[in-house]
Write a protein that binds this ligand. Structure first.
Ligand code: ASP
Ligand code: MG
Length: 405
């Protein structure tokens, strides 16, 4: 019998009516002759609400208690989904992460899955039951509940699909799949029939996140092919898989815009070994994730460093730099928050030339000034004025003919 792992996100199980509709979908999958394992998230908003309550009783809640608390969001939806299935006459059983045999390391609130014991689920499948597993959680070797980091239900689903050698893995969400651009901004954006793991990861880090990135990395590592699709209709979604040769025929697969970054310039620092190391060590110690980094060519022993950080971390970043400025020979820090990062992504860039020229010309044609440029093997990113970001996405989308790929 074919085996399917399905994951339903928070909006798909957002209230009891929706849970009942999900149960019908699961029943239909089973009636088609499949073994079905289901992973569910907490109802949309519940995890945030629980975090807010934790902070209301204690400014810095301990991580073990945080996991005890956050795990209940998923426990609610698993039990309700199993009951809804039973109400439809389908034998079903709900499991916490630990009951499902998901073992993690010890690190609370961001645990890594170490092993999965497939026996409990195998036994239920053999007995004809649908198994509903709480996403986002596991158990460590001391028997403590752990959680896998925000968005971790995706990881639960991918890891279970690998451990159970599922024939199919479907990630149900509230969008139809992965698009060539945000359809709210680019009206003729198209849903992609397929995309490679690397393109999906680059798009996520560029501002169009459909899934938790760790789960996509995990899928790539273990070769889990999965489909991202909507639980609100029956449209086919986007297949995510390892890249194959023909995928390179398309130069650019998608365009993404990130308006949540800030640009920081550290100017007039000494152009000598150790300056950059000091600046970025200070940021690392403040736990700030730096995205783009550009250093200009030093002149007269003086250099400038420019980089971007999440806008929410701007203040923290500036504070963390203050103590090191003296060590790098003085220097000034300037912040620009009104920026946006536009990225074009595609594995075809590895084998096609002229991609950068085409993008820069398209922006030049509408007089959009480029501030910073960075590239990877399959991505070109530019920083531009935030007010023109949506327009830039539209012209880039058109320049690469993405409305008809
Ligand atoms: N409920 C968790 C969160 O909101 C896990 C998930 O939804 O994937 O992060
Ligand atoms: Mg979620």
């Amino acid at each position: 019998m074919p085996r399917i792992v399905q994951k339903y996100g928070g909006t798909s199980v957002g209230d009891v009516e929706r849970i009942k509709r999900v149960a019908e979908r699961i029943k239909a999958t089973r009636d088609d002759g499949n073994e079905v394992v289901v992973v569910v998230s907490a109802r949309a908003g519940v995890t945030n609400e629980l975090i807010a309550r934790a902070k209301a009783v204690c400014p810095e809640p301990g991580e073990r208690e945080m996991d005890q608390l956050l795990a209940i969001g998923e426990q609610e939806t698993t039990a309700l989904a199993a009951m809804a299935l039973q109400g439809l006459g389908v034998p079903a059983i709900s499991y916490t992460g630990g009951q499902a045999g998901i073992f993690t390391d010890k690190s609370h609130t961001k645990a890594k899955i170490k092993t999965i014991n497939p026996r409990p689920i195998e036994r239920d499948l053999k007995a004809g039951r649908v198994v509903i597993v709480a996403g986002f959680q596991g158990i460590n070797e001391e028997g403590q509940i752990t959680t896998l980091g925000r968005g971790g239900s995706d990881l639960t689903a991918i890891a279970l699909a690998a451990a159970l050698q599922a024939d199919k893995c479907e990630i149900y969400t509230d969008v139809d799949g992965v698009y060539t651009a945000d359809p709210r901004v680019v009206k003729n954006a198209r849903k992609l029939p397929e995309i490679s793991y690397d393109e999906m990861l680059e798009l996520a880090s560029s501002g169009s996140k459909v899934m938790q990135s760790r789960s996509v990395e995990f899928a790539k590592k273990y070769g889990v092919v999965f489909e991202v699709r909507s639980s609100f209709n029956h449209n086919p979604g986007t297949l995510v898989k390892e890249e194959v040769a023909y995928m390179e025929q398309v130069v650019v697969r998608g365009v993404a815009v990130d308006k949540d970054q800030a640009k920081i310039i550290v100017s007039n620092i000494l152009d000598k070994p150790g300056s950059a190391a000091k600046v970025f060590r200070a940021l690392a110690e403040a736990n700030i994730v730096v995205d783009m980094i550009v250093q200009n060519v030093g002149r007269h022993g003086i250099a400038n460093l420019t980089f971007t950080v999440p806008q929410t971390d701007t203040h923290k970043a500036v504070k963390s730099l203050e103590p090191v400025l003296d060590e790098v020979g003085g220097g000034q820090v300037a912040v620009h928050e009104h920026i946006a990062k536009l990225s074009v992504v595609g594995v075809g860039m590895k084998t096609h030339s002229g991609v950068a020229a085409l993008l820069f010309q398209a922006l030049a044609d509408v007089s959009i000034n480029i501030d910073l440029i960075t590239t990877s093997e399959i991505k070109i990113s530019v920083v531009i004025d935030q007010d023109r970001a949506d327009e830039a996405a539209r012209v880039a989308h058109a320049a690469f003919g993405l409305e008809r790929v």
